[in-house]
Write a protein that binds this ligand. Structure first.
Ligand code: ATP
Ligand code: MG
Length: 151
């Protein structure tokens, strides 16, 4: 059985989100997570990592940071009597950036991410930002049925 957890850290740059998608997708596949539900989780994790890379390190920190700018991703699988749950935490050691007043067509990532997962929590503080996501599979809800290919 593959390990029930996978953790890695990333430097915030343009490749952080794609690396995250590849690793989380492969870990979920190893655990036989249903493809459509895996896709939703990967989307939400990718958005949180993109946000950290794009927004968290734009301003100098109010006090010297002990660690280099970093993003941590921690994925854990929990077995319950009635099903399985994946919990993924994305944490950065940057600074929260207040949203721009005029966001134009931007400013939808967090709302969309929340809609794609079973639970979504965001916490900000002096040490940075933490996003925690969960996805669940139960006997009553084993995942969405695969759509038949068109044609
Ligand atoms: N990890 C983070 N660190 C600092 N600020 C953040 C972080 N995540 C989000 N924010 C702030 O919250 C705002 C809203 O994030 P959200 O992902 O919803 O929109 P966006 O990234 O601005 O645009 P998009 O629709 O492309 O995702 C961001 O513009 C930013 O100000
Ligand atoms: Mg975003």
């Amino acid at each position: 059985m593959p390990p029930p957890c996978a953790s890695f850290w990333l430097a915030p740059d343009v490749a952080s989100a794609s690396l995250t998608r590849e690793r989380v997708r492969s870990w979920l596949d190893d655990h036989g997570w249903p493809p459509d539900e895996a896709h939703d989780l990967v989307y939400a994790v990718s958005e949180a990592v993109t946000n950290a890379a794009e927004h968290a390190f734009r301003t100098p920190p109010p006090r010297p940071r002990p660690d280099p700018p970093s993003i941590w991703v921690d994925c854990r699988l929990h077995e319950h009597d009635d099903g399985r749950e994946v919990r993924i935490v994305i944490r950065d050691n940057g600074c929260w950036k207040p949203a721009d007043a005029d966001r134009g067509f931007r400013g939808h990532g967090l709302t969309l991410s929340g809609a794609f997962v079973d639970t979504f929590r965001l916490a900000t503080g002096v040490a940075g930002t933490t996003v925690e996501l969960t996805g669940r599979i139960t006997a009553a809800y084993p995942g969405r049925p695969r759509r038949r290919p068109r044609g």
